[in-house]
Design a protein around this ligand. Sequence first.
Ligand code: PEP
Ligand code: MN
Length: 252
Amino acid sequence: MAAKYPVTIGGICMGGERPVVIAGPCSVESTEQVIAIAQAAKAAGATVLRGGIFKPRTDPRDFQGLGLEGLSALAAAREATGLPIVTEVMDIRHLEACAAVVDMLQIGSRNMYNYALLQAAGAMRKPVLLKRGFSATLREWMLAADYIARGGSEDIVFCERGIRSFETYTRNTLDITAIPIVKRETGRPVIIDPSHGTGVRWLVPIMAKAGLAAGADGVMVEAAIEPDAAVSDAFQTIDMAMLREIVRCIEP
Ligand code: PEP
Ligand code: MN
């Protein structure tokens, strides 16, 4: 069902009649890498490109992303494919530079409680993708969106990405229930990220379909041509055949 407050980025409507598929690498590693993935993802049927240039890594010694230098790589991938781009911003100081280039700003799970960042992101007057904090209640998550709206943007899309539970087989426990509840309570689009939501590659297409069955307005997945070669989150990155499998289930 269409959302009451759909959000359009680069001509792609989130919360419309047809779910969107946002795909791309966990991290932008190079211009060549992101262009190649964008082209393959587009051929597989994805309609929006994702790719992190600021990575919230648990271990500070791990690859932290290309930073602002990665913006030109994302812009080149959009130029090559026409796919609008979404990327995570972790720091208020980077908001303006990112907002000048990308089509949608992503607030990551770890920053869902960063009210200063939420409000400043809203002030960019750009669409914002708000991921659920991994320990956030639905109420806290929905109120976090109100900080973005207070900042000045009503173009908000929620992304369920799993919450921390006692289970260890999966990286997080994907809360499918959140989809119909947050859609109903806010009228805003809700998408699902089964990549971080499971942390298990083979589960990603299955849980993407489960999310769509529960009424998600789209899915966001980490996808690559050679998933095993990804610098970050390789274990949950799907290949193009798996991406096509997800796209097939939203084809009219
Ligand atoms: C991501 O989508 O790149 C990411 C880091 O996800 P999350 O904030 O949900 O952990
Ligand atoms: Mn990742």
